[in-house]
Design a protein around this ligand. Structure first.
Ligand SMILES: *Cc1c(COP(=O)(O)O)cnc(C)c1O
Length: 431
């Protein structure tokens, strides 16, 4: 399998090269040259297969033969070494819980896969790899934990000052060793821009092996297709299955579309967002208008210029009629999100996190017009990652997950930086 740059389609490289470079030199995103098709037989067998068998079969055609079957199987098995339960909330409404990994959010899957692929690559090239990542919260902790102590890799995490929760900040800025957090005086979009500029900087590229761990990295995207198959495998009689994906940078939804194109019979998707609604707006109007992000209670989705959007469009041949038929976009305010959290808690005794709540709302809205569908929304983070938001929404105190409770005494070790590229570059050159 080769990968091509969306900006210059004739620029084709191998999987390993695409992983290490993150973005193409022209700033384009890498895409697989074709979408591998899985057999109906494989789809039919899903309920009887192990997680590792499912993940390995999906990943194999995407990954160079230079990574042997045995190695890839081990990478997949370590990556998804936790549960992905499908919880019934109402008739035809299921929550796919993606928060049972080490940092309690779905981003663990992509980060763990990428870290293990990079560990393998660093070993083969006998060179240290520097990983740059911008985070609005969960990416940082998933990447920090996924890469912590991984030999041959240094990680730099950029995050917007004052815009990630205290717990999230502690999750990624207290580890030390090969993990360095940088607190940027700016927004998440500024952090993403700094990362993009670093990749386009000749001098930086020359002096070190740079790569990205953001959802633009193809090695994060591929394993995210696994959980659509894992969800499917848990349905008794799958029919007209719809996935509602609470979205920010649209990596998760792009992975879902990949899963569908590989052969998983998904009827439709819901792109559910908070008030950062450039994609739902596009789906309604055929006008794509990126803008500055607004802060909300589902802060991991506060994105004004979604980085995976060009990939999503490419999967639909840049055809608005096609994409708007298959993906339904809905946006929700914080007040609507809080009400959903309270309602679901009162009626079902189920605690939604603010991101999953947006997915739930999107699904309910879709089901209003298509009640015969079976709906799955992605519960992307554990609610106790956002204790303040959750407690005020459900008017009840919650217990912290044990892995979070231990963080309060840890010391934050981040360095501060302006949102100016030359300041950031100086910092990088020094470290
Ligand atoms: C990152 C994140 C999202 C958004 O996922 P994208 O792939 O960026 O669309 C949703 N929920 C949580 C909890 C997240 O951390």
């Amino acid at each position: 399998m080769k990968y091509y740059s969306l900006t210059t389609p004739s620029h084709k490289i191998s999987f390993q090269q695409a992983v290490v470079s993150g973005l193409a030199p022209d700033g384009g995103l890498y895409m697989p040259e074709y979408i591998p098709e899985l057999s109906n037989e494989f789809i039919g067998q899903l309920p009887t297969l192990s997680k590792t068998d499912i993940g390995f079969t999906i990943a194999r055609p995407f990954v160079d033969e230079s990574i042997a079957d045995e190695t890839l199987r081990e990478i997949v098995s370590e990556t998804i070494d936790f549960d992905f339960p499908l919880v019934v909330l109402e008739e035809n409404v299921f929550a796919l819980e993606l928060f049972h990994g080490p940092t309690l959010a779905f981003k663990d899957v992509g980060a763990r896969f990428l870290a293990r692929i990079l560990r393998h690559i660093a070993k083969t090239i006998h060179q240290e790899i520097a990983v740059l990542v911008a985070t609005s919260g969960d990416t940082g902790s998933a990447v920090a934990h996924g890469f912590y102590n991984v030999e041959g890799i240094r990680v730099v995490i950029l995050y917007p000052s004052g815009m990630v929760s205290a717990l999230q900040e502690k999750q990624f800025s207290t580890l030390g060793k090969n993990i360095q957090a940088i607190k940027v005086a700016g927004t998440f979009d500024d952090c993403q821009r700094l990362v993009k500029q670093a990749f386009q900087d000749e001098e930086l590229r020359k002096t070190r092996f740079l790569t990205s761990a953001n959802s633009i990295n193809i090695a994060r995207l591929i394993p995210q297709t696994f959980y659509y198959f894992l969800a499917w495998s848990q349905l008794n009689t799958p029919k007209q299955v719809v996935f509602s994906v609470p979205s920010g940078n649209f990596g998760n939804l792009t992975a879902g579309v990949l899963a569908k194109k590989m052969g998983l019979p998904i009827r439709a998707f819901v792109a559910a967002t908070n008030v950062n609604d450039v994609v739902p707006e596009y789906l309604h109007t055929n006008i794509f208008k990126p803008r500055a992000s607004k802060q909300t209670i589902s802060n991991a989705m506060d994105v004004g210029n979604p980085s995976n959007f060009p990939r999503l469009l490419a999967l639909y041949n840049n055809d608005w009629n096609y994409i708007s038929k298959e993906i339904h976009g809905y946006a929700f305010t914080d007040a609507e999100t809080q009400t959903a959290m309270l309602d679901v808690f009162t009626q079902k005794k189920y605690v939604l996190d603010p991101h999953g709540a947006v997915g739930y709302l999107g699904l309910k809205k879709y089901l209003e017009s298509t009640p015969s569908a079976q709906g799955i929304f992605l519960e992307t983070a554990h609610p106790s990652k956002f204790p303040d938001v959750v407690e005020s929404a459900i008017q009840q105190s919650i217990t912290l997950h044990p892995s979070l409770a231990g963080l309060s005494h840890k010391q934050i070790q981040s360095i501060s930086c302006t949102s100016n590229f030359s300041d950031f570059k100086n910092l990088l050159m020094k470290h």
